[in-house]
Design a protein around this ligand. Structure first.
Ligand code: PLP
Length: 452
């Protein structure tokens, strides 16, 4: 920090404060974690200075021998850890990994057969008319993914995202009564819509998914199954999700981030069955620019950590702790989407406290509890104010919290929310944004958190 401070002291100061804040608060954001010192240090090295467009052994720049080493190691650890035939370590983030997956699937399903039919080796050999036909075909593909309010991610076909614009998209939700995925409904939608890509995976669904069933549905309608395991990759790596709950053997392509439950650097990863390997390998330059070599090195370190037996203990603790957190709410009268959890996420419906998600998120932050507001299925408050807060156990499990500590966390959250009241608008209605947290509660909760 002293070196940074000698150039821009405000960055050094913000960095110091960030560490202090992360230490002083209860980090319950389901997509965050604490990466190890080895992972953090690997990101701050000279690999950051190196350009390496292309693939291992086939770069568009000279001097990439050391990048080749770290990229190969990251891919090798990923293949071994997840039992995947092929791994691509270049995506800079989860969104990039999904873009690589989409375009690889389009290359596989649309571009290659069209080129073969037209007797061309690559797109540069196409006449203008054939090129237009191919472009039209690219724009004519269909994607079916989980809706945002049911727990899907915006890259799964949500209209404001590019995935909702580059594909004709439709979305599947969850059962309105139970909040659970209904595979018969997904199948019915798939039969009617006939997507080229069926996307499974989620950001805010507190339950496991049966990927064997998703593959059956994809096969029945001739779709490619893409699973985005960004959130639960750590639970797959740690062998908590096995059999039908492990997406890797069932999906044609599996994507993930490396920084959530997997506890690595910020980044993405694509795993693929052999038939898609060559198309995924075209990620750079098809979708990506130069890979972040320092981050690929850190992915190799994080994946090596995840191959240690202790990571399996960590992953099981994440799931056990989520159950303890859920039970902590249920015994105190809290309302949970789907009534509980069997992964790392608990989705608390805060309407029973008379609050919106926005008010709950802010009041909790006042008390040093960091969460994010989240829609619940058929959310009456819409995507901005929402009616829920999403809580995840990976970060505090890294800090060593167990079931007792998570029960206490539930108690503290209930204490904050029970002592928060919406303010009134000028018209006398309850505000959706502003609130009052009773005096003394924030300090009391902070003091108790400090003891955990
Ligand atoms: N996919 C899922 C399921 C996610 O939850 C997220 C991030 O929240 C992403 C993709 C995007 O990851 P990133 O923020 O690294 O682009």
């Amino acid at each position: 920090l002293e070196v940074i401070a000698s150039v821009e002291p405000r960055v050094a100061e913000a960095t110091r404060k960030e560490l202090a804040d992360q230490r002083a608060s209860l980090k319950l954001i389901a997509s965050e974690n604490y990466a190890s010192p080895a992972v953090l240090l690997t990101m701050g090295t000279w690999f950051s200075d190196k350009y390496a467009e292309g693939t291992v052994g086939h770069r568009f720049y000279a001097g990439c021998q050391n990048v080749d080493t770290v990229e190969s190691l990251a891919a090798e650890h990923a293949r071994e850890l997840f039992g995947a035939p092929y791994a691509y370590a270049q995506p800079h983030s989860g969104i990039d990994a999904n873009l690589v997956a989409f375009w690889s699937i389009l290359a596989h399903r649309v571009e290659t057969p069209t080129l073969e039919r037209l007797g061309a080796k690559n797109v540069n050999e196409l006449s203008e008319a054939d090129w237009e036909t191919l472009r039209h075909e690219f724009g004519n593909q269909r994607l079916l993914g989980m809706s945002l309010d049911a727990g899907g991610h915006l890259t799964h076909g949500f209209r404001p995202n590019i995935s909702g614009k580059m594909f004709h998209q439709q979305q599947y939700g969850t059962d309105p009564e139970t909040g659970l995925l209904d595979y018969d409904l997904v199948a019915a939608k798939a039969r009617e819509f006939k997507p080229a890509i069926l996307v499974a995976g989620y950001s805010a669904y507190p339950r496991r998914v049966n990927f064997a069933k998703m593959r059956e549905i994809a096969d029945e309608v001739g779709a490619t199954l893409m699973v985005d395991m960004a959130h639960f990759a750590g639970l797959v790596a740690g062998k908590v999700f096995t059999g039908d709950e492990n997406p890797v053997p069932f999906a044609h392509i599996t994507t993930t981030t490396t920084h959530k439950s997997l506890r690595g650097p910020r980044g993405g990863l694509v795993l693929a069955q052999e038939e898609f390997a060559a198309d995924v390998d075209r990620g750079c330059p098809m979708v990506l620019g130069g890979p972040l070599s320092h981050v690929m090195a850190a992915k190799a370190v994080a994946l090596a950590e995840a191959r240690q037996p202790s990571f399996q203990v960590y992953a099981q603790d994440i799931a056990d702790n989520a159950k303890a957190l859920a039970e902590g709410f249920l015994t105190r009268g809290g309302k949970l989407v789907t009534g509980g959890t069997d992964n790392h996420i608990v989705l608390l419906d805060v309407t029973s406290f008379g609050l919106t998600g926005r008010q709950a998120e802010s009041a909790l932050l006042d008390a040093g509890v960091v969460t994010n507001r989240n829609s619940v299925p058929q959310d009456p408050n819409g995507a901005w104010y929402t009616s829920g807060v999403r809580l995840g156990t990976p970060a505090l499990t890294t800090r060593g919290f167990g079931r007792d500590e998570f029960d206490k966390v539930a108690e503290l959250i209930v204490e904050v929310l029970s002592n928060t009241t919406p303010n009134s608008t000028k018209a006398g209605a309850p505000s959706k944004a502003t609130y009052t947290l009773a005096d003394g509660v924030a300090d009391r909760v902070k003091a108790q958190s400090a003891e955990l």
